[in-house]
Design a protein around this ligand. Structure first.
Ligand code: ADP
Ligand code: MN
Ligand code: MN
Ligand code: MN
Length: 374
């Protein structure tokens, strides 16, 4: 018996009857934000009396910081500032999903609001048109915390047949991936692919290419939609970088990066320059690539099917290197490169900001540079 959640056993067909009721001119807007762990997502809904056309049409809102690991009980109220709007694939049109940033009572960014500085950095390099594509790996778990579909007392057969596999003995939980993919397309999330991963019950979806700050918006919304789809099926999506210790693959979030120059003829030269800068700034990047400053990722970056955390390497088509240049990019002498270090639970705002600081703003050393407000 697969252990599944109590809410998944409710009658979804009965629920559907209510979801079909007309809602008049009202719109349900689900506000979504990152909590004090820097990984968890929270949401709550408000009714709007007209369909918002742009983000400016959405009111600010507030919520309890103390109930979301964000603040003490005294001074608990925090602000939700709408930043990106998507169609709601669960309640459907005209309802919306709204990604918000969190401000403290003094309107300074909350500790885990990494969007705030990311946006400033992205504005500085706007004219270089930085594009990102992130490959989000995740592991499906039963409500008991065991990988979905794994035998109760033991392990599935060793890794080998599962990556891009097909068949009930190879693809564990494809329904989730299928539902998530379609829900993202409906929402307007720039999902561009998906595949089964090396470890059974592990999956990947790709988002991109997204320019600048929108990478963070689209990846966080894609994660929210995955959690919400999993809720319906009674399973849990984990972004833990090493959900099963030992010889089982970890979960990362490879980040692909290019600028306009890199994408143009002869752009490989600019790709090589960027890689050279990255090679001289490793620990800064390691700290930015998971929410625990490198500790989470240290469990994953052991050199077994992933790069080693403190050893820098780069290569064409080399999937155990820190940085990989895809074969087609080497052939065309232009395109993008892939940083294979970010952890599955990374904050995309932190990862994309770090790449810009090192590769385009030429920062060196361990600490990020503070730029004066202009
Ligand atoms: P892999 O071979 O590493 O598994 P995937 O197909 O899973 O590659 O992912 C490729 C990623 O690269 C996608 O997220 C895509 O959006 C991104 N990408 C493609 N072209 C560019 C580009 N020019 N700049 C940045 N990212 C790009
Ligand atoms: Mn991939
Ligand atoms: Mn992968
Ligand atoms: Mn990859």
């Amino acid at each position: 018996m697969m252990s599944t959640s109590a809410s998944a056993q409710l009658n979804k067909a009965v629920k559907q009857q209510y979801m079909e009721l007309p809602q008049g001119d009202t719109v349900q807007a689900m506000y979504i934000w990152i909590d004090g762990t820097g990984e968890g997502l929270r949401c709550k809904t408000k009714t709007l009396n007209a369909e918002p056309q742009t983000i400016e049409d959405l009111p600010e809102w507030d919520f309890s910081g103390s109930a979301t690991y964000l603040s003490e009980y005294s001074n608990s109220d925090m602000y939700l500032i709408p930043k990106a709007m998507f169609r709601d694939p669960f309640r459907k049109d005209p309802n919306k999903l709204i990604l918000c940033e969190v401000l403290k009572h003094d309107r300074k960014p909350a500790e885990t609001n990494l969007r705030h500085t990311c946006k400033k950095i992205m504005d500085m390099v706007e004219n270089l048109h930085p594009w990102f594509g992130m490959e989000q790996e995740d592991t499906l778990l039963g409500i008991d915390g065991r990988p979905f579909g794994w035998p109760l007392n033991g392990f599935p057969g060793p890794q080998g047949p599962y990556y891009c596999g097909v068949g009930a003995d190879k693809a564990y939980g494809r329904d989730i991936t299928e539902a998530h993919y379609r829900a993202c397309l409906y929402a307007g999330v720039k999902i561009c692919g998906s595949n089964a991963e090396v470890m059974p019950a592990q999956w990947e979806f790709q988002v991109g290419p997204c320019e600048g700050i929108s990478m963070g918006h689209h990846l966080w919304m894609a994660r929210f939609i995955l959690h919400r789809v999993c809720e319906d099926f009674g399973v849990v999506a984990s972004f833990d970088p090493k959900p099963v210790p030992g010889n089982w693959n970890g979960a990362g979030c490879h980040t692909n990066f290019s600028t306009k120059e890199m994408r143009e003829e002869g752009g490989l030269r600019h790709i090589e320059e960027a890689i050279e800068k990255l090679s001289r700034r490793q620990s800064y990047h390691n700290r930015a690539y998971d929410p625990k400053g490198g500790l989470d990722n240290a469990r994953r970056l052991t050199g077994l099917s992933a790069p080693v955390i403190n050893k820098f390497s780069a290569g064409v088509a080399n999937r155990s290197a820190t940085i990989r240049i895809p074969r087609a990019v080497a052939q065309d002498q232009r395109g993008y490169f892939e940083d294979r270090r970010p952890s599955a639970n990374c904050d995309p705002y932190a990862v994309t900001e770090a790449l810009i600081r090192t590769c385009l703003l030429n920062e060196e050393g361990e600490e990020p540079v503070e730029y004066c407000e202009s």
